[in-house]
Write a protein that binds this ligand. Structure first.
Ligand code: ZN
Length: 409
């Protein structure tokens, strides 16, 4: 990391060679590095390592940890990351002939052409994936009573599957857990005199074509299961009341983030005693600004494949792993996969065995749940099979169901 030492545009550049005592006398404005040499209390942690964070947690009785997570914690579950070239989700969207990749999550495009989103949703839908070690590490923090909140950018609901309580969770970009009737586009009357120039509601303007209007729909709520049944049957889910489009409550481009996100930023950040940032490139605003809301003397640990969010010319924003820009030395980094980082931190805290036991227990529960679902569908199919009079045909059906069970379990 020392190779990333930034060049500062001011005269306050770090002077590593000079002793702290002499530099204090001869230079009016001393650098943040020199300040830290003079005043050890500015070193919240001695070095930018995970070890230092683990020691800090143990010796300071940390119990209000904020965890900020991104797509990286779900990649080992098999969920494609949105941005990685080649394997990223956007790269795999070519088959949908979208005008531009992000269109699949664009509210205006979705209203006109919901098919690509729902085709993709079938691939992404919760239930097909299992939580990762990283998800269970956050659950472990909850079990230990030290999780203040998990702010996640992910929409895969694996936090919920891992048993992180809804109250401990802020799904900044929404989730598939619920869905609502969002109305539909209607074509305006053909006669120009009859065209209604009323602006579209709900801030979802449509500047490209003024001849369409938005019928905002009735707003009825639908469950994840209801939507899932529809889309797995190859249907576009539409409202039972008003035939509006049903959209899972994930935040699309052009939509506001949930009110809960803003409310809990205000409630949580000022009182956290540690922030752990896992598996995010911190590129999408406003989520990317969250690290700047952690108070300046509170330590932050980044667990990621690469260093992100270093703002070289800022004395307050971004991470400062070198300690030569910000007032306090409080940032640490673990470079590697999210699961490796979380596992290592658990071990350093002597929670390694607890984490293993938790994962084992939860995996069994999930497996039983999935077996239960498979058994249910087999029972239903056998119910149909007994109605078949031909014994041979019945035998074949049951054999088919047994194979299905093997696949599902
Ligand atoms: Zn409706």
């Amino acid at each position: 990391m020392s190779s990333t030492t930034p060049t500062k545009p001011t005269s306050a550049s770090p002077r590593k060679g000079s002793s702290s005592a002499s530099s204090k006398k001869s230079v009016k404005k001393i650098s943040p590095l020199e300040e830290k040499e003079c005043d050890p209390s500015l070193n919240i942690i001695p070095e930018p390592s995970m070890n230092a964070i683990a020691n800090y947690i143990r010796s300071n009785g940390v119990k209000r940890i904020l965890v900020l997570t991104g797509a990286g914690i779900s990649t080992s579950a098999g969920i494609p990351d949105f941005r990685s070239p080649g394997t990223g989700l956007y790269d795999n969207l070519k088959k949908y002939s979208l005008p531009y990749p992000e269109a699949i999550f664009d509210i205006s495009y979705f209203r006109r052409k919901p098919e690509p989103f729902f085709t993709l949703a079938r691939e992404l839908y919760p239930g097909s994936f299992r939580p990762t070690l990283s998800h269970y590490f956050i659950r472990l923090l909850q079990e230990k009573g030290v999780l203040l909140r998990n702010f996640t950018q992910n929409i895969d609901t694996l936090e919920r599957v891992a048993g992180i309580a809804e109250d401990s969770l802020v799904e900044a970009h929404g989730s598939f857990a619920t869905a609502h009737c969002r109305g539909r586009i209607v074509t305006a009357p053909k006669s120009e005199d009859e065209i209604d120039a009323t602006p579209l509601r709900d801030n979802e303007t449509d500047s490209e074509d003024e001849n369409v209007q938005l019928d905002p729909g009735c707003g009825k709520e639908y469950t994840q299961e209801w939507v899932k049944t529809k889309i797995f049957a190859g249907e576009i889910p539409t409202c039972e009341n008003c035939s509006g489009l049903i959209k899972p409550d994930i935040v699309f481009f052009g939509e506001s983030l949930p009110e809960r996100f803003h409310r809990l930023i205000a409630a949580d950040f000022h009182k956290c005693d540690l922030a752990i940032i896992i598996g995010t490139s911190l590129q999408v605003a406003p989520f990317s600004h969250l690290i700047n809301m952690v108070p300046p003397q509170i330590p932050r640990l980044l667990i990621n494949r690469e260093i992100v969010a270093v703002e070289e010319y800022s004395s307050t924003r971004g991470f400062d792993f070198v300690g030569d820009r910000h007032k306090y030395r409080r940032d640490a980094v673990f470079l590697g996969t999210c699961d490796e980082g979380c596992e290592k931190l658990a071990e350093l805290l002597n929670w390694g065995e607890d984490l293993k036991a938790l994962i084992e227990r939860e995996s069994k529960i999930l497996q039983n749940l999935q077996s239960g679902e498979a058994a249910k569908s087999i029972a239903e199919a056998i119910g149909e099979a007994v109605a078949v009079s031909d014994a041979k045909e019945e035998e074949e059906l049951i054999r088919g169901m047994e194979n299905l069970l093997k696949e599902k379990v």
